[in-house]
Design a protein around this ligand. Structure first.
Ligand code: ZN
Length: 150
């Protein structure tokens, strides 16, 4: 029998050991820095957005296993998605972790991100898991307040 909890743990450990997209982006459309003082996690998220599609998403920083794995999975999840879908994913992910789960068929599936559903039982770790997402959200919101002449 497969123990889902172990499976999920394994995914988090794997992304912590080998974070995907952990590099600075040379010419991002937007970027933001996030800090979680409760745990000491720091993350910088870089996004490239073209025609309202997130074409590149990377991160840099250091933190605990959960914050690193979450940043890694966040960049994998939003890359290639429309900005609208990426925002919907952020809302769903945030809802799942804060216990305000929105049971809706709208928007993209959480997919691998459900690995973090158990984190809501550990309130102190919720900020670790959501840090990269809040930072990505700050990055794309910032971009929208900048007037573009493109
Ligand atoms: Zn942390």
């Amino acid at each position: 029998m497969i123990d889902l909890y172990d499976l999920y743990q394994e995914l988090i450990l794997d992304h912590n050991r080998r974070p995907r997209n952990r590099r600075k982006l040379e010419d991002p459309s937007c970027q933001a820095e996030g800090y979680n003082p409760l745990c000491g996690d720091r993350v910088t998220v870089y996004l490239k957005i073209e025609d309202s599609v997130v074409t590149e998403a990377t991160f840099d920083g250091s933190g605990c296993a959960i914050s690193t794995a979450s940043a890694s999975l966040m960049t994998e999840s939003v890359k290639g998605k429309s900005l609208e879908d990426a925002k919907a994913l952020f809302r769903k992910f945030h809802g799942m972790l804060t216990g305000q789960s929105i049971e809706t068929a709208d928007g993209p599936d959480l997919g691998k991100l459900e690995v973090f559903s158990g984190v809501c039982r550990f309130p102190a770790r919720v900020k670790c898991a959501t840090l990269a997402w809040h930072t990505a959200n700050a990055a794309w919101e910032k971009r929208e307040t900048v007037v573009s002449t493109e």
